[in-house]
Design a protein around this ligand. Sequence first.
Ligand SMILES: Cc1cn([C@H]2C[C@H](O)[C@@H](COP(=O)(O)OP(=O)(O)O[C@H]3O[C@H](CO)[C@@H](O)[C@H](O)[C@H]3O)O2)c(=O)[nH]c1=O
Length: 318
Amino acid sequence: MAILITGGAGFIGSHLTQILLKQSDAKLVTIDNFNDYYDPALKRENVKPVANEPRVTLIEGDFCDSAAMKRLFDEHDIDQVVHLGAMAGVRISVQKPEMYQQANVAGTLSLLEAARHHPVKRFLLASSSTVYGKGAGVPFREDAPLGIPASPYGATKRAAELLCLTYHQLHGVPAACLRPFSVYGPRLRPDLALTIFAKAVHEGTPIPLFGDGSIRRDFTHVSDICQGLIVALTAEGVVGQEINLGHSDPIEMRRLIELLEKSFGKKAVIDYQPERPEDLPITYANLEKAEKLLGYGPKVLIEDGIQEYVDWFRSWHG
Ligand SMILES: Cc1cn([C@H]2C[C@H](O)[C@@H](COP(=O)(O)OP(=O)(O)O[C@H]3O[C@H](CO)[C@@H](O)[C@H](O)[C@H]3O)O2)c(=O)[nH]c1=O
């Protein structure tokens, strides 16, 4: 019996692997293709802390390869899956939608097919708050109309959710869709606004800010997201559901910049750029369902989380 973590060398996947090592005695199998969406050397760093752990098997491979996934599920006797691997950048998805459909839709289907032919107890899809569209009412509720996703990335995540729900209904795959909101923390992806802004403040270069700073994001610490996922691996009533994992306290991007200024002890220079049509003006999670089904409640305050992030950033960038 083992837990499969896809995208195991990524930001959330590498944290989840480390936390599961501490909190469970399960065997962990992680798969990652170490693609060059961002510097693969960073992904190699991410997995270093677990590389020599006897309970962890790191596989370099592609979850879109459905024959390989079927073999993997059998060989490692996979009984729980956390599917974190994805093409994840919102704006690049506008330029290269095919890559997103391949990784996020075909890739999810490949894993669901493997799960259908192997007795798994739980299949968790890490979806995204980007499945909510511009028209969705805030705070976002799982049972309210979603609207149309603003980006191909959001559309592929919604498609992946629908495949999970169909495979649950049709084939009895015990799948659930978790929707993380703006996850941050040490090892954050380099393409995300927080990393780009932190680097700019650190180096004294201009921050490329899309819009006037009033766009809001529901930043959620990676440790809170991992706890939500871990509980969802076994909780009752989760299968066949879509569940928000957020902070339910969105902040404006200009407030994020203020927090960075405080933590770095430096003033930011801002290069205002036009808002992008593929960006949601706000993300804001309603957490009633997560509280009810998972006993979920975010613990890390944004002020503390950003300070921790900046401390990590400095230790990394000198
Ligand atoms: C990269 C970049 C972004 N931004 C703006 C665009 C958004 O309004 C806001 C946040 O952008 P990002 O950090 O790229 O995150 P966002 O587009 O919300 O999407 C993230 O959050 C989603 C929800 O958790 C994840 O599913 C995605 O994988 C992740 O990419 O900052 C800037 O103003 N300047 C920038 O250089």
